[in-house]
Design a protein around this ligand. Structure first.
Ligand code: ADP
Ligand code: MG
Length: 454
């Protein structure tokens, strides 16, 4: 089977599993560009299609390809425009790598619908739900089915990079799908403010306001930007009232609760508080792992637990940063065609992780280790060689060395004047053991997580 026949067979099968409209939209003018070392490169028309196929259909395509040719391990999409660069010369690898590099270092591209300002990449399907965002997701989802009826306004607040924009956009996208006749407008607060300033300058504030008259669903992102902008708040208040009276749905996000937004007018604050307020918290370790796994899955790549754990332990409160770290190692994998090991991952992500701001110290580490193993600090620090204590003590020495970068002799002195060779022995023993035992690694990571929270 040549490449063309192979692709035709794939398309024929895909046609059965998705709707006609989807098929026509996403698979039109696609073809296999090359098949080499188990990697199939498919040419697509534009970056939007590339991203969509990558996100939504790559696993389906790969599954079909594999059933036809078991050697195939991977699939990537290339934008047809670039085809000219790819002659069958030895430059091929370099140019493809660059192409892949470019696409992987970019965040979700904004292929925005100019009417609604919605980006179809954000959906409920690719929004992962955990304890930290469950309420916000449930409220948004409910609204996407019954706009203007359930909670109005819906106010979602939470820290940077935790999924507010994703959720707002997903809600907008689903509303658009379920209620194609409704007029939806997503507007970041910053843009709202900028538009108002321009309208005021051009003395067209009435035109500006009128634009909002016939909107059915207004989604305003990041309203903390209203801080200190009284004129804009005034206009927003007016629009808000108008829409709310007409039972039009309003969805708002902010980095803090209405009470905590400085310089928010009282009347607007009380309006916001009158609706449904839900916050997005910080995902716990388990959820961060789940997010990383899901995002790697989307790209058909499986990483060892220790790698994902390393990322999840180092990035705690920002999903955008989690994604960024993951993209870096995916990029490495694409270029070198092998999954990085833990050491390489550490190297790759060195610049990404801020060193922990709160310094860990001897006290914290000892306390956490003792709590964890249910030991008395006094005995732990004594010279006893009881078996239940020796191992945790080695772990504490290991952690002291790893986390606080103390010298071996200095660590020794903290343990009733133990010799530095004892500390080195403990450190290397644990270092070796965690490479062999996933269980021990998880245990130690758990302790780590605990003392950073202390
Ligand atoms: P915020 O608006 O709160 O600053 P974003 O919505 O921009 O955060 O999210 C940052 C990145 O993390 C985006 O790429 C988004 O798709 C992703 N993201 C956030 N939350 C989730 C989630 N629950 N599941 C999957 N991806 C998420
Ligand atoms: Mg945002």
């Amino acid at each position: 089977m040549n490449n063309e026949e192979l692709w035709q067979t794939v398309l024929a099968q895909i046609q059965f599993s998705i709707s006609r409209a989807n098929f026509a939209t996403w698979f039109k003018n696609t073809k296999i560009f090359s098949k080499k070392n188990g990697e199939v490169l498919v040419l697509v028309e534009n970056s939007f299609t590339k991203e969509w196929l990558d996100k939504k259909y790559s696993s389906l395509i790969l599954k079909i390809l594999r059933s036809l040719d078991s050697e195939i391990k991977n699939i990537s999409f290339l934008i047809n425009d670039h085809k000219k660069q790819f002659s069958e010369t030895k430059n091929l690898d370099i140019s493809i790598n660059k192409e892949i590099a470019d696409s992987y270092s970019l965040p979700l591209k904004l292929e925005v619908d100019t009417k609604t300002n919605l980006n179809p990449c954000y959906t409920f399907d690719n929004f992962i739900v955990g304890g930290f965002n469950q309420m916000a997701q449930a409220a948004s989802y409910a609204i996407s089915e019954k706009p203007g009826i359930l909670y109005n306004p819906l106010f979602i607040y939470g820290g940077v990079g935790l999924g507010k924009t994703h959720l707002l956009q997903a809600t907008g996208n689903r509303l658009k799908e379920l209620f194609p006749e409704k007029r939806i407008k997503y507007i970041p607060c910053e843009k709202f403010v900028a538009d108002i300033i321009e309208a005021i300058m051009q003395q067209k504030i009435d035109v500006f306001k009128k634009e909002f008259n016939n909107i059915d669903i207004l989604i305003t992102d990041d309203i903390q930007f209203f801080t200190g902008k009284e004129k804009s708040q005034e206009q927003f208040f007016y629009i808000f009232n108008l829409l709310q009276q007409g039972q039009k749905q309003i969805i708002i996000s902010s980095d803090a609760s209405p009470k905590a937004i400085a310089g928010l007018e009282e009347r607007l604050r009380s309006r916001l508080e009158g609706g449904m307020m839900v916050d997005i918290g910080i995902p716990d370790l388990e959820t961060r792992m789940a997010i990383l796994k899901a995002k790697a899955n989307e790209k058909n790549i499986e990483f060892k637990k220790e790698i994902l754990e390393y990322i999840a332990l180092n990035i705690r409160s920002n999903i955008r940063e989690l994604e960024g770290a993951l993209n870096k190692i995916i990029f490495f994998k694409r270029i070198h065609n092998k999954i990085p090991d833990l050491e390489t991952t550490k190297q790759l992500l060195r610049n990404l992780f801020n060193p922990p701001k709160r310094k860990v110290n001897f006290k914290k580490i000892i306390k956490t280790v003792c709590d964890f193993y249910d030991l008395k600090e006094e005995e732990f620090l004594s010279t006893t060689r009881r078996k239940e204590i020796v191992k945790p003590r080695q772990i504490a020495m290991y952690l002291l060395r790893e986390e606080s970068k103390e010298s071996f002799p200095s660590i020794g002195r903290r343990f009733k004047g133990k010799d530095h060779t004892t500390v080195i022995y403990s450190w290397s023993k644990i270092d070796k053991e965690i490479k062999e035992s996933e269980e021990l690694l998880s245990e130690i990571n758990l302790i780590r997580q605990k003392f950073y929270l202390l």
